[in-house]
Write a protein that binds this ligand. Sequence first.
Ligand SMILES: *Cc1c(COP(=O)(O)O)cnc(C)c1O
Length: 381
Amino acid sequence: MPRPIVAQIHPDAVAHNLAQARRHTSDARLWAVIKANAYGHGIERVWPGLLAADGMAMLDLAEAERVRALGWRGPILLLEGAFEARDLELCSRLNLWHVVHCDEQIAWLAAHKTHQPHRVFLKMNSGMNRLGFRGPALRSAWARLDALPQVDEISLVTHFSDADADRDGQDGIAWQLRAFVEATHDLPGERSLSNSAAILRHGGCPDVRADWVRAGILSYGSAPDFPAHDAAHWRLRPAMTLKSRLIATQDLQAGDSVGYGSAFRAPRAMRIGIVACGYADGYPRHAPGGHDGPGTPVLVDGLRSRTVGRVSMDMLAVDLTALPGAGIGSEVTLWGHGPRGSLLPIDEVARAAGTISYELMCALAPRVPVEVCDGATEPDR
Ligand SMILES: *Cc1c(COP(=O)(O)O)cnc(C)c1O
């Protein structure tokens, strides 16, 4: 028998989540952000769900090729544009729209031989200070692009650093929105500003949703502003379930320890279960095991419990004291959908482990077998 761990992918949840994004953004067009192999889900695996979007946004040229190979003839946007001059050949051949964020990319375009002018998204650095032009450099870049025969339409794009929260006592997008509108109000072209957090929290504002929104994490069913709001609040459904089974149980006396470093000691007699899941599967090793806190949430047979002790490479331990019915073979949900409609939000696991859902999804290890679930996940809650 194979090790009982499995990741289940739910394409229908992606379609549902993208439909939720549309509820917040009126008639703005919707990019599904599918970088990092669809946030670890696998582009091909969630593909039927992604078809609910108007365009596909990603970083990697090989991923763009995969999307064209799937038969997608709609818009594809490269969020960081070309990494070297010859990347533009693929952009011409596959009709990829691409971000332009630096002078070098403009020079590559100027030297590029193509019969088909490119649609470009000029990136403004509105304050995040990763990519893009600001101030007079933005105007100059726009004018240079406008003069190039290699360039067709110029759209404008920026990215929020704090869309999930407040910044200096104000909502976190106000300062960048102001900078963007000031810098671009007299430039023509379509605009794209919003990531998942901005879509859900500020999509009602026409300047924020603009012409295109970019739905990343929400597509996969995680709340971008957890714990302020959870996925249920935004009516999002998990697109990934990680589950396994108990492969052993142990009865502990008070003072007995669990796992490496004896990091957990039983305060009283208790029963624990050993789960076939460890950090080599992508479960976070830093998930706390309840030595001086509540541990990390898990479901056993759909009922809540918590981890105890350190996560090891292939195993972790869970408290079964309140679950007398649990034993070898019991189903353990590490995150996502559990039995009988139960649910463990990945956001809760990520928070306990001091990280974010994005990292957990992307870290799902190649050794974990993946199943695509075609059936519908739970109905709307
Ligand atoms: C990753 C990314 C997004 C999506 O962000 P989420 O928080 O996952 O919605 C949007 N825009 C850009 C430029 C990105 O790199």
